[in-house]
Write a protein that binds this ligand. Structure first.
Ligand code: ZN
Length: 110
């Protein structure tokens, strides 16, 4: 099921968030750093993850003429039927950085 791409992407974002939250708990000494440790340095990464989550939420599947289509990227024909591929190119591109992940499917490549 190509629809599993959304589940896969959400899992990667959750995992990344958890990793950052764990890193924020570490002290500079824990990491062997001699420079002051600023866990706020991860704030832009968290904002980036939040933005990706919002993009994923926008590109949820909706019912199309021949199956699920993207809520944003689908086209509507003169007959009113929704057409398009799912997952859409936007979701496929969001997943591309995880192409080396064991659960990534080659069929998701844009
Ligand atoms: Zn889309």
């Amino acid at each position: 099921m190509t629809g599993d791409l959304i589940t896969f992407l959400r899992a990667q974002i959750i995992e990344s968030r958890q990793h950052i939250l764990e890193l924020r708990k570490l002290t500079a000494e824990d990491q062997g750093l001699t420079e002051p440790w600023t866990p706020e340095g991860f704030d832009p990464v968290m904002v980036d993850l939040d933005a990706k989550q919002q993009i994923i939420d926008l590109h949820e599947p909706i019912e199309g003429e021949w199956g699920p289509v993207c809520a944003v990227c689908h086209t509507t024909g003169a007959d009113g039927d929704r057409k398009g591929e799912y997952p859409c190119t936007t979701l496929r591109l969001l997943a591309l950085p995880y192409a080396d992940h064991p659960a990534y499917r080659q069929e998701w490549k844009p």
